[in-house]
Design a binder for this molecule. Structure first.
Ligand SMILES: [Zn+2]
Ligand SMILES: [Zn+2]
Length: 195
């Protein structure tokens, strides 16, 4: 994510809708300081809130992530280039669909490489109505847990943040009937499976 571009887009979308920073902050359940920080390009929104921003402004997630409307058309109309980053200092999770320099806490982050060979985490995916029910046969201790999962399709992403001590299970919307499920283990890194 290029925080300056993302921030400029957020400011533009907010202005077009005649909303104040406070109103946006209230809808997203963040502080108005956070909104102000994003708009000034001093920090990117955490990935866990991208879905809400997308819904609030009616703009697809890829455009928000790239900081450009119609970004999909410009870079081929897919999220195949989506990369994930985790800051080792603060645990912030960021993504980019267009590469570029991603940094957090004063250090440059490198994109996580997704490993497709994974027996160890016991992931199962079961369709339930219009969602998938995803479970992991995996511990959820502070030292070793599934930290996030994201279902990525051609033009959008649904993101779930998980925390130690919770059940290693969640429901996620079946966007577009499938896609790639990414999940991140605090010890073993990023994995993905096609569903
Ligand atoms: Zn950080
Ligand atoms: Zn693990």
């Amino acid at each position: 994510m290029n925080c300056e571009k993302v921030g400029a887009l957020l400011r533009q979308l907010r202005a077009e809708r005649g909303m104040t920073q406070q109103q946006v902050a209230d809808k997203l359940m963040v502080s108005d300081k956070a909104v102000s920080k994003w708009e000034r390009g001093l920090g990117c929104p955490d990935i866990s809130i991208i879905n809400e921003i997308s819904a609030l402004f009616g703009v697809d997630t890829e455009s928000i992530l790239s900081g450009e409307l119609c970004a999909g058309e410009r870079n081929g109309g897919n999220m195949k280039k989506l990369a994930f980053y985790v800051c080792p200092e603060c645990g912030n999770i960021l993504t980019s669909s267009s590469g570029g320099d991603i940094s957090c806490c004063g250090r440059k982050l490198t994109a996580l490489k997704a490993d497709v060979q994974d027996e160890a985490h016991g992931v199962t995916v079961e369709p339930v109505e219009d969602e998938y029910y995803v479970t992991f046969a995996h511990e959820m201790t502070k030292q070793h847990y599934i930290m996030f999962a994201a279902l990525v399709s051609m033009d959008r992403m649904n993101f779930v943040r998980l925390y130690p001590e919770q059940d290693p299970a969640f429901r996620i919307s079946r966007i577009g009937g499938g896609g790639t499920l990414y999940y991140y283990c605090s010890e073993h890194g990023l994995k993905n499976i096609k569903i």
